[in-house]
Design a protein around this ligand. Structure first.
Ligand SMILES: [Zn+2]
Length: 456
């Protein structure tokens, strides 16, 4: 009798364990089932390390990628090349984290029915314009770098091209190529690179001066080509002579900016770099960009001055600087950029982007004054005739990188017209002067961007 009782107890324990296990599994299935299905490596969803289900289109519906049948890319070579860093390749050398983020929405996963849209998958619509992407790729020519534009009112990334790139349908011999053509080809320079900013960083120092120095508007500067710190000096390539604050920025006078940095002091400059978030990574659609750098710990006075001029140890990420331009254009608060506008699976919309406005980084009056000064740069230096029909506000930079390479050329800014809320960032490596290299690229692309917006 005792034996039977203890056996039945053992059976009941086993039954309890089994039921508990089933309950646990069912619970886990409903809570985590989507994660199991979406696990990297699930052959239903992924293809190598990249998303393997569904279709990706540009903002106008042009096909960029159909993942069924071994990934079909766009129909033209130029479009395939311009989009590669957002879509990923067939072998997983270039990953596409933004698309992987929406795997669940693309697959239309459902706990009860499973992958109801598994055959074919969903459609992700990007904010990028195919027309503008290919125009940007053409404008970059053989140069390495990145060119990007976004709508600073809505946050939509309209264009973001990274070069060098290649055609995923006709992969070149990258490893065997030793002339540097494909240096850093797997990197999306817009999100993952950092550059020495050079003089575009003077915008940060200018804004800090507008906030901090009450008499900055009435100051004049005398540039003799050299601003001395004992045996060391900040220098200009030209002797700029007498300058007011507007012209100090427009002529990009290092000596005037050394004086401004002296007046601000290292601690205050550091405070504003932090306040404007110019070295912070940007996060959108599962992408976190590289962060920048501003480091003046133990720096000498001349090094602090160079830091306020965009040299020394300064580094900026293109996406972050573009967002900073968006903040200035938008009166001191950035609408954060994003890439995926919506996802549909079957007949239902499973995701739709919302604009996210970041916190205020500078008073509206400071942003307005900086806008005016940046437009003055175009009038005084870059040539309004390069940008007919729009009010462009910008600042160029030429960053020495050392070694045998030429300087990196930069140009950052925005259009200050209601109908065309476009912020832009151009970085061209090993190229020369920002104004000479980047202004023509922008003047080629802006009309295309305006056409794209006009057509919507
Ligand atoms: Zn000067």
């Amino acid at each position: 009798m005792n034996r039977i009782a203890s056996r039945s107890i053992a059976v009941w324990i086993l039954v309890a364990l089994l039921l508990g296990g089933v309950a646990f599994f069912v619970g886990e299935y409903f809570v985590k089932g989507d994660t199991w299905v979406m696990t990297q490596g699930s052959p239903h969803i992924y293809n190598g390390t990249n998303l393997g289900t569904g279709v990706v289109t540009d903002r106008g519906g042009t096909l960029l990628l159909d993942t069924s049948d071994h990934r079909t890319y766009a129909t033209t070579k130029e479009l395939r090349k311009s989009m590669l860093h957002w879509l990923g390749d067939r072998h997983g050398y270039i990953s596409a984290p933004a698309l992987a983020t929406y795997a669940e929405e693309m697959a239309g996963y459902n706990s009860v029915t499973g992958l109801y849209s598994y055959s074919g998958g969903g459609t992700a619509r990007l904010t990028l314009s195919a027309k503008l992407q290919t125009a940007a790729l053409k404008a970059m020519g053989e140069y390495k770098g990145t060119v990007a534009m976004y709508n600073y009112k809505t946050g939509e990334l309209l264009c973001a091209v990274s070069t060098p790139t290649y055609d995923p349908d006709n992969v070149p011999d990258i490893e065997g190529n030793e002339d540097g053509t494909y240096e850093g080809v797997y990197v999306n320079r817009f999100t993952q690179s950092v550059y020495i900013p050079g003089s575009i960083f003077k915008l940060v120092t200018t804004a800090a001066a507008l906030e901090e120095l009450d008499d900055i508007r009435s100051q004049t500067f005398t540039c003799t080509g050299t601003y001395s710190y004992g045996r060391e000096a900040v220098t200009c390539e030209l002797v700029h002579g007498e300058l007011d604050f507007d012209s100090a920025l427009a002529q990009s006078c290092n000596c005037a900016f050394a004086s401004i940095v002296d007046q601000l002091g290292a601690k205050t400059l550091e405070k504003y770099v932090k306040k404007y978030a110019v070295t912070e990574p940007v996060s959108f659609d599962g992408v976190t960009t590289a962060g920048g750098n501003f480091s003046i710990t133990d720096a000498s006075a001349v090094q602090v001055a160079w830091s306020g001029i965009g040299q020394h140890k300064d580094q900026i990420n293109p996406c972050r600087f573009l967002t900073f331009m968006g903040a200035v254009a938008n009166g001191g608060r950035a609408v954060e950029p994003y890439l995926v506008s919506k996802v549909t699976a079957g007949t239902s919309e499973t995701y739709r982007a919302k604009a996210t406005t970041g916190k205020r980084i500078m008073p509206e009056a400071v942003a307005r004054e900086l806008q005016r000064m940046m437009h003055n740069n175009v009038i005084e230096k870059y040539g309004e005739e390069n940008f007919p029909e729009v009010t462009v506000c910008g600042k160029s930079g030429t960053a020495q990188v050392g070694g045998e390479k030429k300087s990196n050329a930069m140009f950052a800014g925005f259009v200050a017209d209601e109908a065309y809320p476009i912020a832009f960032f151009v970085a061209v490596e090993d190229a020369g002067y920002g104004r000479q290299i980047c202004v023509p690229i922008l003047s080629e692309l802006l009309p295309v961007c305006m056409e794209v917006l006009d057509a919507e």
